[in-house]
Design a protein around this ligand. Structure first.
Ligand code: ATP
Length: 456
């Protein structure tokens, strides 16, 4: 984008946002440079940068891309020599970078979609038992056939892949049907655009833009709970689109019926289609996600070695949230590449000490022993006692395995708590269960079930 084109773009913005907004927010911007798909604008203060990014970021990106389609992000920063602080305020609207996949089409005068993360595609989404239904439903909608369930409502806890699936649907639909008007935005952005339209007396434009959408995706719908006029408008938009046979996809942090302060009529509309949840991850899914990320990191950090057992350790220890899991892996690779060291268990524990501590379960060896003896229906005294028959020995090994992975106790300490056994016995037991988890599906399921029960 040239300075001249930026001048033209500013004129377009002047028309769409009005003189006084333009004077306050757009006029002070200076196009600094465009590099690798990022258009950087100099702003006088970090406040202006943040405000412009939030309020006009996607609009500027939208116009900028109609001039220079290679622009995928806009970035607002205070030039170093203007800022008292060394770290510049960075406010960015991201359209995803890289050539593939293509961004959804935007018709002239249509509602601009929020930027999509190019990494969030079906190819990069790892499917396991906890998310297979949500994945299948998302795939179905993304196939673009006749609308079968409307809306598709995806829900689940933080960081379990709702946004990833929604972006994946948007990417796939726009690849299959480039002319389709797919609009993805968060419920917060919906509210934001609605309030702006009200303030600027542009409700007719707002309504007609939303009603021209072919596929509407609204993320984190719980945000509009308790916001009466936004709910009202959302309800009308929703009805108009459903009546027009347009696909709607919504996500939330819980099932529609459980979102407090959401109007009953909206809850019931949201329940009309298909409601699917993303369950908390299990060990296998977490390991699968780590393995797929590691493949990517191997291309970023060629030659970096990863010791056996590290991924299994992370999958076992960081259980809550895929985002935290990913962050841990990113940090680990970045750290190892800085120090030029193989990623060993020791380095992992050092580098991620805080993450591991905060996700450390307060599970005790006694709780594990109780849970395991209940599960296998044997007496606690037999679990820790001297008898070596398999009916007691196997559950004992399972309990040792869980004690090793779910507590920070050392092997000798675990041995002591299992009737004064030697640490080599514990080590042998842990290894045996490791082998069985791979060879025996029942064992894998038992461990997973026990772990979940202990975490609950
Ligand atoms: N099954 C999966 N395969 C690969 N990556 C995943 C998977 N599930 C989640 N992730 C990754 O975890 C991170 C968090 O996912 P996402 O943002 O989609 O979560 P969310 O459910 O929308 O969370 P929030 O409630 O915070 O909005 C993303 O980087 C996403 O790519």
């Amino acid at each position: 984008m040239t300075q001249e084109q930026w001048g033209q773009l500013k004129q377009d913005l002047l028309k769409s946002i009005g003189k006084s907004n333009y004077k306050s927010w757009i006029e002070p911007l200076e196009l600094s440079h465009v590099e690798e798909g990022v258009a950087t604008f100099a702003v006088p203060t970090s406040f202006v940068g943040n405000y412009v990014s939030q309020k006009y970021g996607d609009q500027i990106l939208y116009h900028a891309r109609s001039i220079s389609p290679e622009i995928r992000r806009v970035h607002f920063s205070v030039p170093a020599n203007q800022s008292a602080r060394p770290a510049m305020a960075r406010a960015t609207a991201d359209a995803g970078s890289g050539a593939q996949p293509a961004a959804p089409a935007q018709r002239e005068g249509s509602m601009p979609t929020a930027p999509l993360d190019r990494r969030f595609t079906f190819d990069t989404f790892v499917v396991g038992k906890p998310n297979e239904l949500a994945h299948a439903a998302a795939k179905r909608v993304a196939s673009g056939g006749p609308v079968t369930f409307n809306p598709l409502f995806l829900y689940g806890g933080v960081g379990l892949g709702k946004t990833h699936l929604m972006h994946a649907i948007a990417w796939e639909l726009s690849q299959r049907q480039p002319d389709l008007n797919v609009v993805y935005l968060s419920a917060e952005q919906f509210m934001y655009r609605f309030v702006s339209a009200l303030r600027e007396r542009k409700m007719m434009d707002f309504k007609s833009m939303f009603r021209s959408v072919d596929v509407l995706m609204v993320d984190d719908v719980q945000f509009i709970a308790g916001k009466d006029s936004t709910q009202e408008e959302f309800f009308h938009t929703f009805n108009a689109l459903v009546d027009g046979g347009k696909q709607i996809i919504i996500s939330g942090d819980r099932a529609p019926g459980e979102i407090e302060n959401l109007e009953e009529r909206i809850k019931s509309r949201l329940q009309c289609g298909l409601v699917v949840d993303l369950h908390p991850t299990n060990y296998e899914l977490r390991l699968g996600i780590l393995q797929s990320k590691v493949e990517y990191y191997r291309t970023q950090y060629p030659g970096l070695l990863l010791a056996d057992g590290v991924l299994e350790f992370l999958a076992m220890r960081i259980t809550k949230n895929v985002r935290v899991l990913e962050g841990a892996l990113t940090r680990l690779f970045a750290f190892a590449s800085l120090v030029g060291h193989e990623i060993t268990m020791e380095l992992t524990q050092d580098c991620l000490a805080d993450v591991l501590r905060s996700s450390e379960r307060q599970v005790t060896i006694e709780e594990i022993q109780r849970q395991v003896s209940d599960h296998y229906n044997i007496r606690l005294s037999d679990l820790i006692g001297p008898k070596r028959v398999r009916v007691f020995a196997r559950p004992r090994q399972v309990a040792m395995y869980l004690a090793k992975h779910m507590t920070s106790r050392s092997l000798p300490e675990i041995g002591r708590r299992f009737g004064g056994r030697d640490h080599t016995t514990v080590m042998h037991g842990v290894r045996r269960i490791d082998e069985l988890r791979v060879a025996d599906a029942q064992m894998a399921e038992d461990i997973d079930m026990l772990r979940r029960a202990l975490e609950a």
